[in-house]
Design a protein around this ligand. Structure first.
Ligand code: C2E
Ligand code: CA
Ligand code: CA
Length: 765
């Protein structure tokens, strides 16, 4: 009955081993297959053991014994395999594959061989029939071969134990559990086996010990989650974290603090409760803080400001009961400084350290939102010809000069000013009116010099100011106004301060208005050429100059002075001139029959050369109207020739080749030299009396005119004097050899009909 009980127990063990083996084999863990083989390897000896205990014939017992002993050898093989895999440690020490001694395998194979030879030689064991609980039982009688078998098995187990012991010693403490439990179960199994051997009990129960080992191995290597290992790993991670961590029990007592936390609260040892109190001292009670969000705190430590991000939360168990809470504190000072630095860099000009344009505008906007706008001025500081400074003295000097200007602005300003670098050599400021002292600015700027090494250079600096109206909200418009004010003194070497006032405002408004109206004016023929007669030495009208007049529906009669300078500045002069050229061609076409031989001169502005193809435009108008090119005279000024001189001269040459007569207008007003004259491809020289009569010394002026006339005569160029107002002037100029005359003495510029009446009167006379 008892024997049957053992049979059942062994049977159950086999089932258990099979299940463990199967689970292990299917497991995804790398060690799974080894553990599986180990578990399976215990099944044959268990079966053998079961047969031995349950056998009723000697042959059965014999078969069971062989199965048992040879099975033990198979266990040894799989134990070696398992140990080899389980104990490989990251540094490859101990159980490196190459270091498994071959003799271990050899010993096992010899053992199997000698066991298999036992039926022939009977050297290992024999069976002795005894009576056990009233039934026959076949007891094993050990012989020399059996001793060898035991030596092999114990030897291998001893080696495996030694490996596990070494592992326990060598591995970090937190991994010790992994080896210790298997070592322990191996010891238990071995002791169990040894007890059996020495107890000389008839029934072999050793397999129970081995099965225990196999199941324990299976459990610890496949199923068991090493909680302790995880705990200590997590604890270590938390300890090593840069974030200060404080853990609290449900009552709110601080129960653990990691190293950074202890450093933050300046506690040593394990006085965690005090650390909790210190933390409260630093940041106040944590209870009110919303959970799992970062709260920013500032603290002063060691004379500097530190920034912290504090995060708080609670732990709950599965039932939702509070297990405790945590507070973590992150030192955000470096990050904050980095962000502040980046912000500073993005808001400040690298060179001068002043605000950038965008930041300046932002700051001024903020200020004007809160303060009384009427208390402030907007100022624009500009360095004249800064490009030249850069070109002549080099970029390094240029940069230095900009820094010096920035320094001057800093020095002039106080904390109530907002100033920055707008772009290039332009600086901007919003300053309280009380700080605006024009005399001081003028004095500072009139002697502004930059000295770097041996180089000293005065800088021409101008400042444009404008007031801020209640309705002015766009900072860039305010700076545009200041710039406009500045443009009025751009070339003034004495005045450094200009103001955007009502007059300037009016001019701007006027400019905008008439610019917007130009195209309609052209379409509706509000702009027409007036004609001023040009006479010869006998006083006969031989031609005219076309001078634009704008008969404005609202503003009435407008002289060119009201609109030409503006259109020259903004480039719209091209449209106006084309309109005049076209209109004049129309008049000449009409005159072809009525007044053949009369010419009309048209003005060509310097800008026209930039913005259009003057030659092809004029030629096309002439061709369209079928007039003779020599009747349309082309007036260019010296300034037109100043840039791109060679190209422009070629254009004039082309005009002449095409049959046009080219006139040099306002000779003497510009920068021309007489030297230039000899290369100029012009037919007529227009000398303006205005420039000469402004001279106080009439005799000298007259001498100059006389010589210009003579010189042009020598060069084969006709001379035309304009601005002739009196008969004396006419007589004098005639005597000097001048050929053509234009001026109020003959007539003012008049509209076409009047001019034609004038012609008719002369012809009639
Ligand atoms: P400009 O080409 O030198 O024209 C001569 C100016 O002197 C005209 O002024 C004329 O009215 C004025 N003038 C003529 N005789 C006398 C005189 O005896 N005494 C005085 N004090 N002045 C006299 P206006 O018509 O006001 O033209 C001024 C300037 O506007 C012109 O100077 C010319 O540079 C420009 N301008 C006029 N019409 C046009 C045009 O259609 N196109 C371009 N591009 N410029 C034009
Ligand atoms: Ca002219
Ligand atoms: Ca002129």
């Amino acid at each position: 009955m008892r024997r049957l009980a053992y049979v059942y127990i062994f049977g159950l063990l086999m089932v258990a081993l099979a299940i463990c083996g199967f689970i292990s084999y299917r497991s995804k863990k790398p060690i799974g297959k080894r553990v599986g083989l180990l578990c399976f390897s215990f099944i044959p000896p268990a079966l053998g053991n079961m047969i031995i205990v349950g056998s009723i014939t000697e042959n059965m017992a014999l078969a069971g014994s062989y199965l048992y002993y040879i099975g033990m050898d198979i266990i040894m093989l799989s134990l070696i395999g398992f140990t080899r895999h389980y104990c490989i440690f990251s540094d490859g020490s101990l159980t490196d594959k190459r270091r498994i001694p071959v003799w271990l395998y050899a010993m096992i194979l010899i053992d199997i061989a000698q066991l298999l030879l036992n039926p022939i030689y009977g050297h290992a064991f024999s069976l002795q029939k005894i009576d056990l609980f009233g039934t026959p039982y076949f007891l094993m009688v050990s012989k020399i071969g059996q001793a060898y078998h035991r030596i092999v098995c114990y030897g291998i187990v001893a080696v495996v134990m030694a490996v596990f012991i070494i592992m326990c010693i060598r591995v970090p403490k937190i991994y010790r559990e992994r080896y210790a439990v298997i070592l322990f179960s191996l010891i238990v199994a071995t002791v169990w086996q040894t007890v059996y051997i020495f107890s000389r009990m008839p029934i072999n129960r050793s397999i129970i010990g081995f099965a225990f080992f196999a199941v324990a191995t299976f459990y610890f290597s496949i199923c068991h989650r090493p909680v302790h290992l995880l705990d200590s790993m997590l604890a270590r991670i938390v300890s090593e974290m840069k974030v200060a961590v404080f853990l609290y029990d449900p009552e709110g007592r601080c129960i653990w603090v990691n190293r950074p936390g202890r450093e933050l609260t300046k506690i040593s040892g394990r006085d965690y409760e005090r650390a909790g109190d210190e933390l409260t001292g630093l940041f106040g009670g944590m209870e009110e803080l919303s959970e799992r969000t970062d709260h920013e705190f500032t603290a002063f430590s060691g004379g500097k400001t530190c920034y912290y991000l504090v995060n708080r939360g609670r732990f709950f168990d599965e039932e939702g009961r509070v297990l405790g809470s945590y507070v973590n504190v992150r030192d955000n000072t470096a990050e904050k400084q980095r962000v502040e630095q980046e912000l500073f860099q993005s808001n400040h000009d690298m060179l001068t350290g002043l605000y950038t344009r965008e930041h300046l505008f932002r700051k001024i906007n903020e200020r004007l939102k809160h303060d009384n706008k009427a208390d402030y001025y907007i100022a624009l500081v500009d360095i004249s010809d800064f490009k030249i400074v850069n070109d002549v003295f080099g970029k390094e000097f240029g940069d230095y000069a900009l820094k010096k200007v920035a320094d001057w602005i800093r020095l002039y300003s106080d904390e109530s000013c907002i100033y920055g670098r707008l772009v290039g050599d332009n600086f901007g400021s919003c300053l309280p009116k009380k700080l605006f002292i024009p005399e001081l600015i003028n004095r500072d700027l009139s002697r502004f010099k930059v000295k770097m090494g041996n180089t000293e250079q005065p800088l021409m600096i101008h400042v444009g100011f404008c007031e801020i109206g209640e309705e002015d909200n766009d900072v860039s418009i305010l700076f545009d106004r200041a710039r406009l004010a500045l443009s009025t003194i751009k070339n003034d070497y004495k005045t450094h301060v200009a103001f955007y006032d009502r007059r300037l405002r009016e001019r701007v408004r006027w400019n905008q208005e008439i610019s917007s109206e130009l195209h309609t004016a052209i379409e509706e023929n509000q702009i027409v050429p007036f004609l001023q007669p040009i006479a010869d030495r006998s006083g006969n009208i031989v031609g005219a100059e076309a001078l634009a007049r704008w008969i404005h529906p609202k503003h009435g009669f407008m002289n060119p002075g009201d609109f030409i300078p503006l259109f020259e500045e903004n480039g719209m002069i091209v449209d106006l001139d084309k309109h005049i050229w076209k209109s004049v061609c129309g008049i000449l076409k009409d005159w072809k029959e009525k007044h053949p031989g009369l010419f009309i001169s048209v003005n060509v502005s310097p800008k026209d050369f930039y913005l259009t193809n003057v030659l092809s435009d004029i030629k096309s108008y002439v061709e369209e109207s079928g007039i003779n090119p020599k009747d349309l005279r082309i007036e260019v000024t010296e300034t037109s020739m100043m840039n791109d001189t060679d190209m422009r001269m070629k254009v004039l040459e082309e005009f002449r080749k095409s049959g046009f007569i080219v006139e040099m207008d306002d000779f003497g007003s510009g920068f021309s030299s007489l030297n230039m004259l000899k290369d100029m491809p012009v037919d007529v020289l227009k000398i303006d009396m205005k420039f000469l009569s402004s001279s106080k010394d009439n005799v000298r002026a007259n001498t100059i005119v006389k010589n210009i006339i003579k010189l042009s005569d020598d060069l084969g160029i006709l001379s035309l004097t304009e601005g002739v107002e009196t008969m004396e002037q006419f007589d004098m100029l005639s005597d000097m050899g001048c050929v053509l005359f234009q001026g109020y003495y003959f007539a003012k510029p008049v509209k076409l009909s009047e001019f034609e009446e004038m012609l008719a009167a002369v012809q009639g006379a």
